[in-house]
Design a protein around this ligand. Structure first.
Ligand code: CA
Length: 230
């Protein structure tokens, strides 16, 4: 699976740059937004894995942004860490009640922030090195194996990455270009049709036990992994 994407919503550029630098060094992909409007567009376009939100932003508060996101059907499970200069207990409680998963008080060290990010990602995705399970379909990232009802499924490297990505990001629709960005990586040039080819191979490999039904086509939008019938 590609590296995790983190959206930094912070209007103070020096702080944003400092956070971005630390996260890139730690292997994350970084998206940046100086205000809530940019952040909303970014969430809709990229579905990042986690959002860091400053409390004080120019167009709306970070708390309002978090509340908005928790109401979006496709983004509400995205974890949020609030960044703030406010250390008061009451603000902390308001942040957590607004839907934030954790809270970091400024000034913080890059190392502290990184530890909190990793903890939240582990807690919310549960996919660090653990198995991904969808009914009888089990993907084990450490042994690179996939089993369907206890039978080994043989997958090519791209199909394996695609399935890992889908199983870690369920119930959300991804367009072909978003899948290229997240599964293939932003730097390679691949035609969008390539995605369909690999989806077809993945479905074929999952077909014997009927798990191809989890890879759903959403007309005019893209693909989704879901254990519910589309
Ligand atoms: Ca600010």
């Amino acid at each position: 699976m590609g590296s995790k994407q983190i959206l930094i919503v912070e209007d103070e550029k020096p702080i944003r740059d400092m956070i971005a630098f630390g996260l890139k060094r730690a292997g994350f992909e970084v998206l940046e937004a100086p205000d809530c409007a940019t952040a909303r567009a970014c969430v809709a376009d990229h579905f990042p894995d986690l959002m860091l939100v400053d409390w004080m932003l120019p167009d709306a508060s970070g708390l309002e942004l978090t509340r908005w996101m928790k109401k979006q059907s496709d983004a509400r499970e995205m974890p949020v860490i609030m960044l703030t200069a406010k250390a008061e207990e009451e603000d902390k409680i308001r942040g957590l009640e607004g839907g934030a998963d954790d809270y970091v008080t400024k000034p913080f060290s890059p190392r502290e922030l990184l530890a909190r990010i990793n903890a939240v990602l582990r807690r919310t995705n549960g996919d660090d090195e653990g198995q991904l399970v969808a009914e009888g379909l089990i993907l084990d990232p450490s042994s690179h194996r996939v089993r369907a009802d206890d039978v080994d499924v043989s997958l090519g490297p791209t199909e394996f990455r695609l399935l890992s990505f889908f199983m870690a990001h369920r119930e959300r629709v991804y367009s072909r270009s978003q899948l290229l960005d997240r599964v293939w990586g932003g730097n390679v040039y691949v035609e969008e049709r390539t995605v369909d080819v690999h989806i077809r191979r993945l479905r074929k490999a999952l077909e014997p036990k009927g798990y191809d039904r989890f890879i759903q086509t959403v007309r005019g939008a893209g693909y989704r992994f879901s254990t519910q019938t589309g």
